[in-house]
Design a protein around this ligand. Structure first.
Ligand SMILES: *[C@@H]1O[C@H](CO)[C@@H](O)[C@H](O)[C@H]1NC(C)=O
Ligand SMILES: *[C@@H]1O[C@H](CO)[C@@H](O)[C@H](O)[C@H]1NC(C)=O
Ligand SMILES: *[C@@H]1O[C@H](CO)[C@@H](O)[C@H](O)[C@H]1NC(C)=O
Length: 348
């Protein structure tokens, strides 16, 4: 993430964080599989495929009374103390011949430093003002996996950007989820990458660690985009760190329009077989003890070690080595005859 102009940078600094610092780090893929301990606990072969990153205590069922920080023996994210799990749908490219393949993922770049991912996503925790870290057992969901109406989604919270520069390091545009960013997935051969941003609500009711739809215990504040969330409503007065996922889908190898579907449909779809309106992200908190609160209080910044909060980092080789076997085994690589939905996927 890089701000296009000094004015935007100043505005960001003003909006975000009295402290002006935020956590920004890479997480490699732990596993790609059809499980979802938040929405479909206990189920193998859930309705759609996810890519999951974070602590290796991730499981088909995750009892909120268990502490991922204690159960995990490694994390695929760069801070050793972060055993949280983060997951999203995966993006597929649908070819003219009817087969599907997963769009490769890379880390984000920019002046704040290149993030190195083996698949996976980049995570941000953006504080603003007095910020209360999540408690053990906290979880939440942003977006809706069944939504097909882009008007029901705010492009200030969940958005896509056509990344026209040749690589992830040359920045395109302004703040995430601003300007011409869209709810829909861009379908344009000029895009080298598609950057997906998922910004979670940053206001909490102060009581519930979860809610039946995993959403009503949290709310968006008045701020748009990656502003730290802005003022909270009276119903959800507690300001949380603003969690943001950033995914760089590398579409460079799909730029040949002759392999796009002949019916003119968008070749890029999420694993629900729906477009950007159904983009969603899941979060299960799992930082060790009060390390996240300390990180917020001590202005820990980006992906660097932060002794004041006890945060230590791993090399990309170390965090990328933290993986899990699929618990719902099926083929998810290569060209697939079907998207792994109801049926198990079959390799073409
Ligand atoms: C996942 O849960 C199953 C039982 O539901 C258990 O046997 C297994 O050890 C758990 N795996 C991990 C990594 O926690
Ligand atoms: C389908 O199209 C893709 C993209 O052109 C190609 O890589 C793949 O080999 C094709 N598969 C079959 C079974 O024709
Ligand atoms: C994106 O994909 C292209 C085409 O496959 C490849 O050459 C390039 O190295 C990829 N970019 C990254 C950052 O992996």
């Amino acid at each position: 993430m890089q701000w296009a102009t000094l004015a935007a940078a100043a505005l960001f600094a003003q909006n975000v964080a009295a402290q002006g610092s935020m956590l920004r780090f890479a997480c490699s893929q732990l596993v790609v599989e059809r499980t979802d301990p938040l929405v479909n606990p206990g189920m193998k072969y859930t309705p759609h495929l996810h890519q999951i990153v974070g602590g290796n205590s991730f499981n088909v069922t995750m009892d909120p009374n268990n502490d991922p920080a204690k159960l995990s023996t490694c994390t695929s994210c760069s801070f050793v103390q972060d055993k949280s799990n983060y997951w999203t749908a995966v993006m597929f490219f649908k070819a003219k011949n009817g087969t599907y393949t997963r769009v490769p993922q890379v880390g984000n770049g920019g002046p704040q430093g290149k993030l190195i991912n083996k698949g996976g996503l980049d995570v941000y925790y953006i504080p603003s003002g007095k910020t209360t870290a999540f408690k053990k057992g906290f979880r939440m969901l942003a977006g809706s996996a069944t939504n097909t109406d882009p008007k029901k989604v705010s492009s200030g919270n969940i958005c896509h950007r056509c990344w026209t520069s040749p690589n992830e390091n040359t920045f395109v545009g302004a703040q995430p989820c601003s300007g011409s960013d869209t709810v829909e997935i861009p379908a344009d051969t000029k895009c080298k990458m598609i950057r997906q941003t998922i910004i979670f609500p940053a206001c909490w009711d102060g009581t519930n660690l979860d809610s039946p739809n995993h959403q009503t215990h949290v709310a968006y504040g008045q701020g748009a985009g990656a502003s730290g969330g802005g003022a909270c409503p009276s119903t959800h007065p507690v300001k949380l760190p603003q969690v943001m996922y950033e995914l760089m889908w590398n579409v460079t190898s799909f730029a040949d329009k002759s392999i796009w579907p002949s019916d003119g449909s968008n070749p890029f779809v999420y694993s629900m077989n729906i477009g950007g309106a159904a983009a969603h992200g899941d979060y299960v908190f799992g930082w060790e003890g009060d390390s996240l609160q300390k990180a917020m209080d001590n202005n820990c910044n980006l992906n660097t070690a932060c002794p004041k909060a006890g945060l230590t980092t791993q090399t990309d080789a170390q965090y990328s080595a933290c993986t899990k076997a699929q618990q719902a085994p099926e083929e998810v690589n290569g060209w697939l005859k079907e998207m792994p939905l109801g049926e198990m996927s079959i390799k073409a």
